[in-house]
Design a protein around this ligand. Structure first.
Ligand code: PLP
Length: 386
């Protein structure tokens, strides 16, 4: 027991020391729950679950679904085990499978493409725009008689061009599925991430802006018949304790995770607010040196990851790491360029191919203090001024 504990508590700077790198002064993300108040609040809510003992589909699951539907202005929410579950069940509920095509972005976390492929459908990869989100013009060109859905991602916490995408989906009568995993708490023209399209899928894993203490996800929709189908698909395709109407998996949301998410939901706006403060500070200070994730009018990014674009990406990364700023490259390989997707690679996403080599994520989260934000800015400036 004590061995396990000391192993877990080993300082995270240990490997850096071995490599002779300086101590991390600005970690990319620090998920430890240190604040006494937050800690007690979460422990209390978990203790309630201990006391009622309904670890699967306890009352917190339904309460969480109600609250998250309210927050995103949707009629229905279905809690699931992960964002990957949310995507797979959504595609299944829409009847998408072999012979169908689903158009998605070429730049995302691989879970987006995996869900499409696992249904047997063909992923069709579209190009992105300078804002790193799917390009509606590219989508338009890729639509065929087999296209059943468009699956945009609100990449890095910035809502995709939902106005144009909604128009395309309506005019071609194909489904619009929003992967809002990175954008919970983001807004565009007064609408929140998770409220766009026929259905929205959101990962709530511990790294996301609205985070559980492990794996969790949610599906949001206004369509009651979809909601009913999703509830069946969430539990092995069972309509009651006896009858199975469609093969599926067990994708239920744990009661403990729902309890934690319920406690954390009221803090989302505050968290996003802090991230935006740092993001806006970075935007202002760094836009002379690199391409920054600007915010258009009537837009609020969630800054899931603060992503800059620069031709000197690799050199800057090295410099920042040597200065104790834990910058990171996320999604270094486009989804269609992954080995598992070699048969779906094409020349339809030239800008994505170009930009993917320029992307670097800087630490930008609610646990950072002002001196850490300034330190990041100083180090980036120092790199370009030398
Ligand atoms: C995190 C993420 C997922 C997958 O979510 P999990 O909860 O890890 O399964 C899917 N899509 C995007 C865009 C993500 O960022």
């Amino acid at each position: 027991m004590s061995n396990i504990k000391s192993e877990i508590l080993r300082p995270i700077t240990e490997p850096e020391k071995e490599k002779n790198l300086p101590q991390v002064r600005v970690p990319f993300l620090d998920l430890k729950i240190n604040s006494e108040m937050k800690r007690n609040e979460l422990l209390e809510s978990i203790d309630i679950v201990f006391q009622h003992g309904i670890f699967i589909m306890g009352p917190e699951v339904g309460q969480f679904e109600e609250e998250v539907a309210k927050y995103t202005n949707r009629n229905f929410a279905i809690g699931v085990g992960s964002g990957s579950d949310a995507l797979l069940l959504t595609l299944m509920a829409l009847g998408i499978g072999e012979g169908d095509e689903v158009i998605t972005t070429s730049l995302s976390w691989i879970a987006t493409a995996n869900a499409i492929r696992l249904t047997g459908a063909t992923p069709v990869f579209a190009d992105i725009k300078e804002d790193l989100n799917i390009d509606p013009e590219s989508v338009d060109k890729l639509i065929t008689s087999k296209t059943k859905a468009i699956l945009p991602v609100d990449y890095t916490g910035r809502i995709a061009d939902m106005t144009a995408l909604t128009e395309i989906s309506k005019s071609k009568s194909i489904f619009l599925i929003e992967d809002a995993s990175q954008a919970f708490g983001a807004k565009k023209n007064g609408k929140t991430a998770g409220s766009f399209g026929n259905i929205s899928c959101i990962s709530l894993n511990s790294m996301k802006v609205f985070a559980s203490i492990g794996e969790a996800g949610v599906i949001l929709t206004d369509d009651e018949s979809l909601y009913e189908r999703l509830k069946i698909l969430r539990y092995n395709g069972m309509i009651d304790k006896e009858k199975c109407v469609q093969p599926s998996l067990n994708c239920r949301l744990d009661t403990v995770q729902a309890a934690v998410l319920l406690k954390r939901l009221p803090y989302v706006d505050e968290i996003v607010g802090k991230r935006r403060e740092i993001g806006k500070f970075f935007n202002k200070e760094l836009n002379k040196y690199v391409k920054v994730p600007w915010e258009e009018r009537n837009v609020q990014n969630a800054y899931y990851v603060y992503t800059i674009q620069t031709k000197q990406r690799n050199e800057l990364l090295k410099y920042l790491l040597s200065s104790g700023v834990e910058a990171k490259i996320r999604d270094p390989i486009l989804m269609p360029e992954q080995e598992a997707y070699s048969e779906f690679a094409s020349d339809q996403y030239p800008l994505a191919k170009k930009l993917v080599n320029d992307l670097l994520c800087l630490p930008c989260n609610e646990t950072m203090n002002l001196s850490q934000s300034k330190y990041v800015v100083d180090k980036v400036k120092e790199f370009f001024n030398n």
